[in-house]
Design a protein around this ligand. Structure first.
Ligand code: SF4
Ligand code: SF4
Length: 717
């Protein structure tokens, strides 16, 4: 990856008494090292990618400490890595994006949770829920409940989050139970500071290896009959031990208010939003000091019955602020109180929405309803005016708009190598008719938006080929599965390709080989070009994904007999290859590898290099496409076939033509798709390819003079 995390990596070296300043997810990363972690693994994904990115780029320092870092092939591999702590007193941490990553890891997680651990284990979960989330909206809590894993949801303040990481390892060891720590998007990116401690080198590590493996112990295998004992130990020993630790170490926080007849119980991760909502209603100051006492659940599973009882006892009503569905915490609180014969009325999902993100405004509306019902004497005038003003503003905007504003979905980067493949697919379907497209996770899922609107289903990362297995037999025409190289290595090779080969399926698979897991931040994979190839390709202005053929070799090795590799930007060649795949007599799996380096990663490498050359006075050439406005017919078919954000419209210079003409904006990276599309789709000949030359040499100047002279002959001034 071309992004450097040098500054963040430096922050990991801070010692006792020094002040760390930065984002929540980096504070968590530093906290792992302060906790004496011996190994770290994970699979990248927002909002926790930085944890692995920074550690992978800090390998030299981690080697000094003896901390092993593993960029895992998927979340299942990361969860399985925690198996090191079943027998050995090794503290380990892994990370991934949830809920999707937790789904992938589920098998290993269950098999880890069953025997339990002796070394503290922590799973840092990126809880991608709510506005801005990019995955299915489900909660990780369900996994904690079903597997008896401990779930932390810390209040988003850096010092507190760091303390919770350190406590998590001790809690895990005290209860022999793996701990999950969930961080919402806002918690990962919250900024702040904390006073550091020294990092702790693990006692047992790559620097201090043990010679003797643990003795054989059948009770630590998740095999029957051990599993029956494990199941009993979870409820009889481990969860009670966890509850004791939570209470003894005050992991949850009780915050006093000026009146004690009402109360709020809130997930720690929602604390900041709750305080802001209270402030808007005039019930608290910016620091949370105010009217209503709060129980902040930094541990949302398991709950300690005595803690819940002590908080609720004697109150006229309590509001539970719990995001997402179902209301696991609210239900448990009610059950806990009922068992202890405490009859405090509990509110939650009756006053707050069942689903969706709890923004400040959403919480404020629920709070207003709660206070209005149980403390009508409290003045909420300021807050109610704020809520009413929000409603009025929305209504006024809606009234002014003739129709709702169009959605602005994400899309491919300028010059993305995946866009041309979908242009070719669009042209192909014009030739042979529509095909069923099984889509996947990755940047290529942007093709599900205009102008391609391509993809019938998305069933998971690397699952496209597997997801069309039931469709293919029911279709008169072959089906198409599309996956990226990230998806191929994550799950596609085993779940899709292997299954299709084994069953002799007749299907077409396109693998978009851009060299990285681009959608998660361009992390490297098995098929990423090496540094030497990158340097060589840069000097020669060449594409470089063909320098690593791990995917092609793997496919050939496991028996794919119909395999083509096509340059992603070659629209016509791609259309021809796709047509061949859909019409050939060969009835097995047909795989097309579409090669083209991720443009984002390429520009990160090429732009600084070009800038350096320009600064030192060396000649540089930048390719840019343009539209001849006199030739443009104004039908905009190029835009419908491309979708490139730099291909836009401007007023026609010809007064006799009312339609706007196409134009190429300054951001064009010269990927060549415009020319390819014009050729493949026989569009109007208005596109031209230009070269912007800085520090031209004598040949460039001579050529320019000659050209101007010839043009002047035909276009006299
Ligand atoms: S990150 Fe790379 S692969 Fe993804 S849209 Fe951008 S250029 Fe395309
Ligand atoms: S050549 Fe066309 S598709 Fe490629 S970056 Fe430029 S405007 Fe976009």
């Amino acid at each position: 990856m071309e992004v450097s995390f040098g500054r963040e990596a430096q922050a990991l070296r801070l010692g006792q008494g020094e002040v760390f300043r930065g984002e929540g997810i980096l504070a968590i990363t530093k906290a792992l090292l302060q906790s004496g972690v011996a190994y770290v693994g994970g699979y990248q994904g927002a909002p926790v990618s930085h944890l692995m990115d920074v550690l992978v780029q800090s390998k030299d320092y981690l080697n000094e400490l003896g901390v092993h870092v593993e960029a895992c092939a998927n979340e299942a591999a990361a969860a399985a890595m925690l198996g090191a702590s079943i027998h050995y007193p090794l503290r380990g941490a892994v990370t991934w994006k949830s809920i999707v990553g937790t789904n992938v890891a589920a098998d290993a997680l269950s098999n880890l949770a069953s025997p339990g651990v002796v070394g503290g284990t922590l799973i840092v979960i990126g809880e991608d829920y709510g506005e801005g989330a990019s995955v299915i909206q489900e909660r990780t809590t369900a996994f904690a409940l079903k597997s008896s894993l401990i779930l932390l949801d810390p209040r988003p303040e850096l010092g507190h989050m760091v303390r919770m990481v350190e406590e998590a390892f001790a809690l895990s060891e005290a209860s022999n139970t793996p701990v999950m720590l969930q961080l919402r998007i806002r918690a990962c990116h919250v900024r702040g500071s904390f006073v550091c401690k020294d990092n702790v080198a693990p006692a047992m590590s790559a620097r201090h290896p043990t010679e003797v493996p643990a003795p054989f112990d059948y009770t630590r295998l998740s095999h029957p009959p051990s599993t029956y004992v494990h199941e009993r130990r979870k409820s009889d020993e481990r969860l009670p031990a966890a509850r004791r630790y939570v209470v003894d170490h005050r992991l949850n926080e009780t915050l006093a208010g000026t009146r004690d007849d009402l109360g709020l119980i809130v997930q720690g991760g929602l604390y900041n939003s709750l305080v802001r909502a209270l402030q808007q209603l005039g019930l608290a100051d910016a620091f949370g000091d105010g009217t209503l006492p709060m129980l902040v659940l930094n541990v949302t599973y398991p709950l300690a019955a005595a803690e819940i009882r002590d908080f609720c006892l004697g109150k006229r009503a309590v509001l539970v602020v719990e995001e997402g569905q179902p209301e696991f915490i609210e239900q448990e609180i009610m059950a806990v109180l009922r068992r202890q014969d405490v009859n405090t009325p509990i509110h939650g999902k009756d006053l707050l929405p069942m689903a969706g993100e709890y923004t400040v405004e959403v919480i404020a509306r629920g709070l207003a309803a709660f206070v209005g019902r149980h403390a009508p004497g409290l003045s909420l005038a300021a807050g109610e005016a704020w809520l009413a003003a929000n409603d009025a503003r929305r209504a006024a905007v809606a009234a002014r708009l003739a129709q709702p504003l169009p959605a602005r979905p994400p899309q491919f980067c300028v010059g993305c190598p995946e866009r041309p493949v979908f242009a070719a697919l669009k042209l192909l379907q014009g030739d042979i008719g529509r095909v069923h497209v099984a889509a996947d996770i990755g940047c290529h899922s942007f093709a599900s938006f205009e102008p391609f609107s391509s993809g019938h289903t998305i069933l998971g990362y690397g699952m496209s080929l597997a997801s069309r297995a039931g469709v293919s037999p029911a279709m008169g025409r072959r089906t198409l599965a599309i996956m990226g190289d990230g998806g191929f290595w994550h799950n596609g090779l085993l779940s899709g390709v292997q299954s299709a080969l084994f069953n002799g399926d007749d299907a077409v698979l396109v693998i978009l080989k851009n060299g990285y897991t681009s959608a998660t931040g361009t992390q490297e994979i098995l098929s990423t070009p090496d540094a030497e190839s990158k340097a060589h390709a840069q000097d020669k202005h060449e594409s470089l994904v063909h320098t690593n053929v791990a995917i092609e070799r793997t496919l050939a090795g496991i028996g794919v007999r119909w395999l083509r590799t096509v340059d992603s930007y070659g629209v016509d060649a791609m259309r021809r290859t796709l047509r061949e795949a859909f019409t050939t007599d060969f009835a097995g799996l047909k795989v097309i590898v579409a090669e083209g380096e991720c443009q984002l990663e390429r520009q990160r490498r090429v732009k600084p290099w070009m800038a350096r050359l320009a600064r030192s006075g060396e000649r540089t050439v930048r390719v840019k496409y343009g539209v001849d406005e006199d030739t443009c017919s104004g039908d905009h078919s190029c835009i419908r076939l491309s979708g490139c954000p730099t291909l836009s419209l401007k007023a026609s210079p010809d007064r006799l033509r009312m339609d706007p003409v196409a134009t190429v904006l300054e951001g064009c990276v010269g990927c060549g798709l415009c020319g390819e599309n014009a050729h493949a789709a026989t569009l109007c000949p208005s596109f031209y390819r230009g070269e912007v030359i800085r520090h031209p040499n004598w040949r460039d100047r001579l050529a320019a003079r000659l050209r101007h002279s010839v043009i002047a002959l035909f276009q006299p001034a």
